[in-house]
Design a protein around this ligand. Structure first.
Ligand SMILES: Cc1ncc(COP(=O)(O)O)c(C=O)c1O
Length: 479
């Protein structure tokens, strides 16, 4: 008999996944422009770091909103005391308005249905706790966000049934794939309680079209199961087609709204993952009521609520921020895709998210997941880029990689791209298979001086941004 609980010891947190090797490689040897230019560049982190200047500027102009300032200290006592799990009314109103705005004003959200969670991580777990029991299952189309295994299943005991999608139709979710996964689960006596999708998709960087969304709603309606839509990237959009929320689609359909739930967060669209603002928005009254009680375990701090209520109510700021964010993301996306194309690397055409879904199938000597892992090890350890292999997203087709492009500055982007370019070129010149190359040297063309960095002397921003303990990448949230 162990001394710890089954949850504590069941390993479903996923810490042993090979995916963490890339994080470890980064944490051991993090890239820095001047102090460690030969280090590993972190391209596995879906963070939006392109618009902090705009938020900082707003903070300077609005010192009252921060409370811990001479201008705001008058609010301190009330806010420090506030612990109502309904949330500050002005926060719920501001979030509801913001959610409507990022969906082009085509839908409105009721502030009384806004339920808080600790980031989308907490919100996803919360909705699963409301909808399913241990042993029940949720269908999840692949490739999917790796931390879903942890968020949906670790503490709830709920299983994930993958719905396999592939490149033959650009990873679209088809009715046939859904039916197949559903039937297989039923044959195995698994009780399927719902389907969870991420729209826009992480890792594909695409939005789902209206027809697909309608077919998903029809599917769950016919089976009488739930549909959870993680719309965390709703405003992280940089070119057409526009994002279509499930909220819009159900307005046009005859369906049971009690089965529809949206998960949202400000981690990506506003670039504020540290604020831990997650939202469950359900059309089901019972879920709203139960979710609200559960939110006691993952409330957004009142200080953060107060600050965001003020910032998100500033229409002019929000409009400028969203437009500028989109412009900067588009620029990044185009720099990456153009330069990758020049060395023969294509990506799935994206319009959203903070990443590219990069196709390296042509670099694999065999079309196997082992070959993918081998190529990935070369990229992490030799090319020194921490990208994420498709297998970590449960992609069954070997050779796809996710590359994050918005968590670094322009100079780092240039170095990362130079490394990829040199890697591919050297592979071609040497006539040697890039996937098995052992002695590849990064930065051959760069004159920056290499200096191995001692982790202890790194400035805080050079360490993993999520980890309080730089030596332990396993505590990182997986984005
Ligand atoms: C699809 C998806 N859902 C949820 C999360 C978790 O977000 P949060 O930081 O708000 O917990 C992420 C983070 O990468 C994500 O990509």
């Amino acid at each position: 008999m162990g001394v710890l609980s089954k949850i504590a010891t069941n390993n479903r947190h996923g810490e042993d996944s090979p995916y963490f090797e890339g994080w470890k490689a980064f944490d051991r040897n993090p890239f820095h422009l001047t102090q460690n230019p030969q280090g590993v560049i972190q391209m596995g982190l879906a963070e939006n770091q392109l618009c902090f200047d705009l938020i900082e500027d707003w903070i300077r102009k609005n010192p009252y909103a921060s409370i811990c300032t001479a201008e705001g200290v008058g609010e301190f006592k009330d806010i420090a005391n506030f612990q109502d799990y309904h949330g500050l009314p002005e926060f719920r109103q501001a979030v509801a308005n913001f959610m409507g705005r990022v969906r082009g004003g085509r839908v409105t959200f009721d502030p009384d249905r806004i339920v808080m969670g600790g980031g989308a991580t907490g919100a996803n777990e919360q909705i699963i706790f409301c909808l399913a029991d241990p042993g029940d299952a949720f269908l999840v189309p692949t490739p999917y966000y790796p931390a879903f295994d942890r968020d949906l299943g670790w503490r709830t005991g709920v299983e994930i049934v993958p719905v396999h999608c592939d490149s033959s139709n650009k990873f679209r979710i088809t009715r046939a794939a859904l039916e197949e996964a559903y039937e297989k689960a039923r044959e195995a006596n698994i009780n399927v309680k719902g389907l969870i999708i991420t729209n826009p998709s992480n890792p594909l960087g695409i939005t789902l079209d209206r027809d697909t969304l309608k077919s998903l709603v029809s599917f769950i309606n016919e089976k009488n199961i739930h549909l959870v839509c993680d719309e965390i990237y709703a405003a992280t959009l940089f070119c057409s087609p526009k994002f279509i929320s499930i909220a819009e689609v159900i307005q046009e359909m005859d369906c049971n709204h009690d089965l529809i739930h949206i998960v949202y967060s400000l981690s990506k669209d506003m670039g504020l993952p540290g604020f831990r603002v997650g939202i469950v928005y359900s059309y089901n009254d019972e879920v709203v009521s139960c979710g609200r009680k559960m939110s006691s375990f993952g409330l957004v701090s009142s200080h953060t609520q107060f600050f965001l209520a003020s910032m998100l109510s500033d229409d002019e700021f929000v409009e400028t921020f969203l437009a500028e964010s989109s412009k900067r993301l588009a620029k990044r996306y185009h720099i990456f895709t153009k330069r990758l194309e020049q060395v023969g690397i294509n990506c799935l055409k994206g319009n959203a998210g903070l990443f590219l879904w990069m196709d390296l199938r042509h670099l694999l000597p065999q079309k196997t997941l082992e070959a993918e892992m081998k190529l990935w090890h070369t990229i992490v350890n030799n090319v020194k880029l921490n990208v994420s292999p498709g297998s970590s997203f449960r992609c069954q087709e070997p050779g796809w990689f996710r590359v994050c492009f918005a968590n670094m500055d322009d100079e780092t982007v240039d170095i990362a791209l130079k490394r990829i370019e040199a890697f591919v070129r050297q592979g071609k010149e040497g006539g040697e298979n890039t996937a098995t190359r052992k002695h590849w040297q990064p930065n051959l063309r760069l004159s920056l001086k290499s200096r191995k960095c001692d982790q202890g002397v790194l400035s805080p921003h050079m360490m993993s941004p999520h980890s309080p303990m730089p030596k332990s990448p396993l505590v990182l949230a997986r984005t």
